[in-house]
Ligand binder design. Sequence first.
Ligand code: NIG
Ligand code: FE
Length: 403
Amino acid sequence: MNRTLLYGIRRLLTMCQNESGALGVIEDAAILLEDKKIIWVGAETQAPSTDAKRVDLNGALVMPGFVDPHTHLVFAGDRSREYGLRLKGASYVEILEAGGGILSTVEATRAASHQELFDLAKPRLDRMLRRGVTTCEAKSGYGLSAESEIKILEVVKQLNAAHSVDLVPTLLAAHAIPKEWRPNREGYIKLILEEILPKVAKEDLATSCDVFCDRGAFTLEESRQILNTAKQYGLAVRIHAEEIEATGGARLAAELGALSADHLEHIDDEGISAMAKAGTVAVLLPGTAVTLRMAPPPTKRLREGGVTLAVGTDLNPGTSYLEDLPLAATLACGLFHMTFEEALLGITKHAAKAVGLAGKVGEISVGAQADLLVYDLPNEEHLLYKFGQPSPVSVIKSGQVVV
Ligand code: NIG
Ligand code: FE
């Protein structure tokens, strides 16, 4: 048993609401860690007397590690040409329907070995960690065959074992209909239901299943069928919903008790109240809105409807080549009119809920994992104020200093 008392914390953001507000600020705070976990948190003057090792943080600002609730971390290839084409007016769905877009990343990702995919993804994770991300959801979806979807999830597993950032693996075999199945889309869905899902569940390669439910991708009915089957295999579910057009994906997410529905630019009021009732988190993705020049989601209606809001990078080579989660939060404030508190909760406590880790990460509370960011900052607004700055002076992951 290894105990450490962190003290000299001038400003601690627990992310658990207290009398100071939604960020749960405690001034002149201390945290007691035991191995990987937090076992006490409070004012330094009330710290329990202990023979723990004492570490003085010299007046730092401390908060929980960031949680990125939506990434497509593992991919190969280059889509910069497509980016240029879209800036000239080509549409995302037209490119996808013509066999480009997601399908061009699929070609490159299928051709890459485990090692190549690992070597491409690892430096992305290194950069994310330096910006304060300690937990990151990671989807498959650029394989679109049993073999290649499993290859991606195996790479996620290898990265999880090799890297300090904890990865939360998601199966997204229903990201697009691959070229060879275009004449027979039912055949591809059957492959997901009867081969990919059972294998992924049996080998424990994912904790949740996602579907791209939108124009040019999967219909509402197809999505329902896939996600219902995923639930039977014990996977949690989530949906890329209402991004390109209103499809009812948010209502479906609520109906299935999904952890999250993501994007939501075109969500309607019925979708909002269903999500609020079901406790399904709305994951908002400003990187995508910037890249695709989309109108923002209805943040005000989501907030007033009582939906929990999270923010992700949507890191992917097509619609959001954004690795920087605190920058995503800054963009969510500016473009999506989120408040500072919503954005900060959206990349910590509420993002943790979106990935099924509520209470375990994204907050500083007794029993939570000791994932902590240490900053040399006078006040928390600095966390989002300067684009792409500041980075933590040190990152503690599961009780160990990793940056
Ligand atoms: O989240 N919307 C679907 N999937 C990704 C884009 C994937 C791609 O274009 O490669 C997204 O935006
Ligand atoms: Fe996505």
